[in-house]
Design a protein around this ligand. Structure first.
Ligand code: SF4
Length: 476
């Protein structure tokens, strides 16, 4: 039972880079926080397309070293957390297919809210699907004769999609990058030597030594090929305003990234400073819940004048496999990820800064642990408003009934987690670092969904069979 929203994938790709595969691996490595269920890379040398993919962390999938030798100067990669489709090898991306006119590969971050309807139409016409993800629908649109016959084939296919997406698309000899017209998901462009790279977050550009050029714009299709970088707007009906996911700044993105034009660390510091103004309290120290609460706690401490200290130490070595249901059960109420520093909090009034409260069970356990360690007062401060509504745009949230703020007010939540006080950042405070720009999605806080979600089905809506075998697809 997770107690945090979960991200829906990270993308990294590039064109014009000799021996690109280690570069993509390195880029994906810094995006591992966006997905740990599976990883894959597809590369091309202009003639052959080769792919490696598997389930688990990047280091597990690429444990063998021979992949490093795969030739190719263009490629795309993906780390997956599945918001549609189960955890199985077929759903690991990039998805690679061979059509009448060559090989296509796609990697997707987001959620397509009309994928069900489109899939049904294609299946009724006889199409066969190889995954249970929403992403695969783009492959079928690309192969659709309506678009095959015209030059704007990729643009035509993209304009059929509704929902949140950042896509990397690859053929034998070019790489394309696209964002949905409302810009839910981040995607940026960098320069590396004579070539170009694309990444979900700028931290991946820094990791490979690329220079940040700009973000892919909402509704833009960028093509990198032997003639350079080309841009066009594929959407002929631009929306009235954007819907960039504000949760990227609250929690998902790494603090050393710049997302939607703003530094994540600086924005989180501002959230914390505002939180100190909105919910001041007398206390001896401010402690962050690491890692995502670090920057906001720093902002709170600076603005309040209360010293910052480390009350929690994070165990960075708990792998995905260790947190198996059995292990979690055995551990009972012990927090496997965070340990309390008793000598720091004992006898102290503490302000605990965290990025969000989802179900409330983790917050309750942490408050309990702090009390056992001797903290005399515990004031929880959350660097976003209460998360009351689920997300349908590629972030895995519990249902509204499972979200503690979905059914309980702030006093009730405070009683449930056992804190002495609880304060959330206001909606105005959340938007303040962006000068109240209107191009953000805030639906999980206020229920104002930027797209009609009345027909959206659940995470496993496209699921019809359970495969038994893992596979590696070395060459196509
Ligand atoms: S609903 Fe929340 S998590 Fe989902 S896209 Fe909007 S802001 Fe992001």
């Amino acid at each position: 039972m997770f107690d945090h929203p979960r991200e829906a994938c990270g993308l990294f790709g590039g064109y014009g880079i000799p021996r690109i595969i280690p570069v993509i691996y390195q880029g994906l490595f810094s995006l591992q926080h966006r997905g740990q269920e599976g990883a894959g890379i597809v590369v091309s040398d202009g003639t052959h397309v080769r792919s490696v993919k598997g389930q688990g962390l990047l280091s597990e999938v690429f444990a063998r070293q021979d992949w490093k030798q795969l030739p190719g100067h263009l490629g795309i990669g993906h780390v997956r957390y599945g918001t549609t489709g189960s955890t199985r090898i077929q759903n690991v991306q990039p998805i690679v297919v061979e059509c009448i006119d060559g090989v296509w590969a796609i990697a997707h971050n987001g959620n397509l809210i009309n994928a069900n309807t489109l899939r049904q139409t294609y299946q009724e016409a006889g199409a066969i699907f190889q995954t249970s993800t929403d992403s695969e629908i783009l492959i079928h649109l690309l192969a659709d004769p309506r678009y095959r016959s015209r030059p704007g084939r990729v643009a035509g296919a993209l304009s059929e999609l509704l929902g949140a997406f950042a896509f990397l698309i690859m053929t034998r000899n070019c790489v394309m990058a696209a964002r949905d017209p409302m810009g839910f998901k981040p995607l940026c462009i960098g320069r590396l030597g004579e070539g170009y790279v694309f990444a979900s977050e700028t931290c991946a550009l820094n990791q490979v030594g690329a220079e940040y050029l700009r973000d892919v714009m909402p509704g833009e299709l960028v093509v990198a090929d032997e003639t350079g970088l080309h841009s066009s707007l594929y959407s002929d009906k631009p929306p009235e305003h954007g819907a960039q996911c504000i949760f990227e700044h609250v929690y998902f993105a790494r603090p050393d990234s710049s997302v939607f034009g703003s530094s994540v660390h600086e924005v989180r510091c501002q959230f914390g400073a505002r939180l100190a103004q909105e919910h001041p309290v007398e206390a001896d120290m401010v402690i962050p819940v690491p890692d995502s609460g670090n920057s906001a706690a720093l902002g709170y401490a600076r603005a309040s004048g209360i010293p910052l200290d480390y009350g929690f130490i994070r165990n960075h070595y708990i792998g995905r496999t260790f947190i198996m249901p059995e292990a979690a059960k055995r551990a009972g109420s012990v927090d496997l990820k965070l340990a309390v520093l008793k000598e720091v909090v004992n006898g102290k009034r503490v302000v605990v800064v965290d990025d969000s409260i989802v179900r409330g069970t983790t917050a309750r356990r942490r408050v309990e642990t702090l009390r056992q360690a001797g903290a005399t007062a515990i004031h929880m401060r959350i660097s976003c408003p209460p998360t009351r509504y689920p997300c349908f745009f590629g972030i895995d949230f519990p249902t509204k009934e499972e979200l503690i703020a979905g059914g309980q007010d702030i006093q009730e939540t405070c009683r449930f987690i056992g804190a002495d006080s609880l304060g959330y950042l206001s909606m105005e405070g959340l938007l303040a670092p962006f000068a109240n720009r209107r191009d953000f999605c805030t639906a999980c806080f206020n229920g104002e969904y930027p797209l009609d979600i009345s027909r959206v089905k659940g995470k496993h809506a496209l699921e019809n069979f359970i495969p038994l075998l893992n596979f590696e697809q070395p060459e196509s």
